[in-house]
Design a protein around this ligand. Structure first.
Ligand code: DP6
Length: 325
């Protein structure tokens, strides 16, 4: 069968996914909303081959085995089941952003894999079906299938838990300036974090209030209202970190440089510069701003003690098939 190559972007959540109602199906405790990151991508080629005894995974030129390969094989098994075939596959994947830069590669990785693997197996799936499949690999990956500004409706079952675009990439010229404060691999990954979210007494309140935050965030995006976006995005990030810090075991992702960046961003906004922060399961701080202000924000961020580098991304499009190179 012909190899197929797909490309997908990572995404940054404005309203976060944290905790599952079903870990196996990756049905989230709450809906979430994100923006795809242009310029950063995973490119993955899948070829099913009759001669292969086992699936093979090569990431950035290195052969990978163990849990990462098992997670890929789990998704390939879903594809093989749907296509009624049993050939093993070679999966060759590359990220153009530094590994361990604290930018989750699982979202772009499983979105690109879902698209490349289904096409390579001869399946021509809809965006919704692809989003559901990507979700099984990594929850946030379902948001990297559609383009632009994307909402993942929590749903109640495998069928209705998928992501869709609420506005295309060119709807609003925003940028994400990612302040890298630590390139170290995080100690506790999101999968383990989701599993203990319920141990925090604050998680129930965070989840109960999620529909309200989603409504405010969706409206802010549709109206291109930066001030409203800023307050709801920061609140949502802080609420997720409050849950993380109060779960058992407690997860403290912020470092002193992360807090310094968040304080600076708040003071810039008080002084009239449109910028807001959001932090995932790591120490790096994503600073959102209008695209026109990105250069200025990036250079201000570089001056903060402990900021090692700044990556800037605009709003990205959907996962797509690309020519084999
Ligand atoms: C903090 O999608 O990485 O980035 O489904 O276990 O792979 P798994 O988790 P993942 O969790 C993302 C957590 C987050 C918030 C978000 O992106 O919504």
């Amino acid at each position: 069968m012909e190899p197929v190559t797909a490309l997908a972007h990572p995404n940054i959540a404005f309203i976060k996914y944290w905790g599952n109602r079903d870990d196996e199906l990756r049905l989230p405790s709450n809906g979430s909303l994100s923006m795809n990151l242009d310029g950063l991508f995973t490119r993955t080629t899948v070829s099913f081959q009759p001669s292969l005894p086992l699936d093979e995974l090569i990431i950035n030129g290195h052969e990978i085995t163990g849990p990462a390969l098992e997670r890929v094989s789990f998704m390939l098994d879903l594809v093989r089941g749907a296509a009624k075939m049993n050939q093993r596959a070679e999966v060759i994947s590359e990220n153009n952003f530094p590994a361990g830069a604290g930018i989750a590669s699982s979202a772009s990785a499983f979105a690109a894999l879902a698209l490349a693997a289904t096409r390579a197996a001869g399946l021509d799936w809809s965006e919704r079906e692809l989003s559901r499949l990507a979700r099984r690999g990594s929850g946030s990956a379902c948001r990297s299938i559609p383009g632009g500004f994307v909402e993942w409706q929590a749903g109640t079952s495998d069928e209705d838990s998928f992501a869709f675009s609420i506005a295309p990439a060119d709807h609003w010229a925003l940028a994400d300036c990612i302040a890298i404060v630590s390139a170290a691999h995080k100690k506790t990954g999101s999968t383990e974090g989701h599993a203990i979210a319920e141990t925090s007494p604050l998680q129930a309140a965070r989840v109960a209030d999620a529909p309200r935050r989603l409504d405010l965030c969706r409206a802010a995006i549709l109206n291109r209202d930066f001030d409203s976006l800023a307050s709801i995005v920061e609140l949502d990030s802080d609420m997720m970190h409050a849950v993380m810090m109060t779960s058992s075991p407690a997860l403290h992702y912020w470092q002193s440089a992360s807090i310094a960046v968040m304080e600076s961003v708040r003071s810039w906004r008080r002084d009239g510069t449109p910028a807001c922060y959001t932090v995932d399961a790591g120490a790096n701080v994503h600073v959102l701003c209008p695209e026109n202000d990105a250069q200025e924000i990036a250079s201000r961020l570089r001056e903060i003690d402990g900021v090692k580098d700044v990556l800037t991304a605009r709003v990205g499009g959907p996962a797509e098939i690309v020519e084999n190179s």
